[in-house]
Ligand binder design. Structure first.
Ligand code: XBP
Ligand code: MG
Length: 238
C-alpha cells in the first residue's frame, strides 16, 4: 500500500444495515417491555437518526413527543433501563443471525488483514453491539482482528463530534493522513473530517438522500472496491 496504514470502520449502516433491521425493532421491543405505548416506525426512525446514540435518541423522543414521560420523576432511570433492555434485544437479534454484513465488507476486512493494513472501529453504538456483530457475521475471534475498538460512551461527545475518531487515532498512534475512515452518514463523515481523517462514504438505506461534501468518494456499497482502490482514494487527496 502506498499510503494506507489503517482502515477505521463505522459500524451502524456501514458494516451492516443495523438501524432498520436491528436497532429499530430492538427499541420497540424495549418500549413494549416497559409498558410504554411508543412504536417507532421506519420513517420516524429515519428522522430520529439525526440524534446519535440510543440513550440520547430516547431522551430526544421524550423531549419532543412524550412530555408526560419526560415529566416522570424516574425519567433518567427509565432511559437507562430502556436502553439496557434495547441492547439485550439487539444482541439477541444479532446472535439469531438476523443481520448480515453489507456487500464487500468481509472481503475487504480479509484483504486488509492479509496486506498488513491495521483495522479499527469508531462507532457511537454500545461495545457489546459491536462484539456480537463481528462474532456473528465474521468469526468467533473477529473482535481481536481490530486493534482498536472505539465505541459508545468511551468519549463523552458522540458523532458528529470528532472525539471518537481522535481517540482511535491516539490509540493507533498513526497520523490521520495514513488512515481511511469508512462511513455511511452525514454525521459520521463530519466526525471523521473534523478529526482530519480522509473518509469514504458507502450510502445505506437511511442515508442515500444525504450529501457528503469532503468525502473522498461516495459509493453505493463496497461490493467491487478493492483495498488497492481505497489506497488510491487516500493517496490522491494528500
Ligand atoms: C450509530 C448510532 C447508534 C445506534 C444505537 O451512529 O447512532 O446510536 O443507533 O446504538 P454511527 P446504541 O453509525 O454514526 O456510529 O443504542 O448502542 O447507542
Ligand atoms: Mg453509521
Amino acid at each position: 500500500m502506498k499510503t494506507l496504514k489503517a482502515l477505521i470502520f463505522d459500524v451502524d449502516g456501514t458494516l451492516a444495515e443495523t438501524e432498520r433491521d436491528g436497532h429499530l425493532p430492538a427499541f420497540n421491543e424495549a418500549f413494549a417491555e416497559h409498558g410504554l405505548p411508543w412504536v417507532w416506525d421506519a420513517s420516524l426512525y429515519g428522522r430520529l437518526l439525526d440524534i446519535t446514540g440510543g440513550k440520547e435518541r430516547i431522551r430526544h423522543y421524550a423531549e419532543n413527543y412524550a412530555p408526560d414521560v419526560l415529566a416522570r420523576a424516574d425519567f433518567d432511570e427509565l432511559v437507562r433501563a430502556l436502553h439496557k433492555s434495547k441492547t439485550a434485544h439487539y444482541v439477541r437479534l444479532v446472535e439469531d443471525g438476523r443481520l448480515a454484513l453489507r456487500p464487500g465488507v468481509a472481503r475487504l476486512i480479509n484483504e486488509a488483514r492479509q496486506a498488513g493494513v491495521r483495522l479499527a472501529i469508531a462507532t457511537t453504538t454500545s461495545p457489546e453491539n459491536v462484539t456480537v456483530l463481528l462474532e456473528a457475521s465474521l468469526a468467533a475471534d473477529a473482535p481481536s482482528w481490530f486493534e482498536v475498538i472505539g465505541a459508545g460512551d468511551i468519549v463523552p461527545a458522540k458523532k458528529p463530534a470528532p472525539d471518537i475518531y481522535l481517540w482511535v487515532l491516539e490509540q493507533l498512534k498513526l497520523p490521520a493522513g495514513a488512515c481511511l475512515a469508512i462511513e455511511d452518514s452525514e454525521n459520521g463523515l463530519k466526525s471523521a473530517l473534523t478529526a482530519t481523517l480522509p473518509c469514504v462514504v458507502t450510502v445505506g438505506e437511511y442515508t442515500r438522500h444525504q450529501t457528503f461534501p469532503g468525502a473522498r468518494i461516495v459509493l453505493p456499497d463496497l461490493a467491487t472496491t478493492s483495498l488497492a482502490q481505497l489506497d488510491e482514494f487516500l493517496s490522491k487527496g494528500t
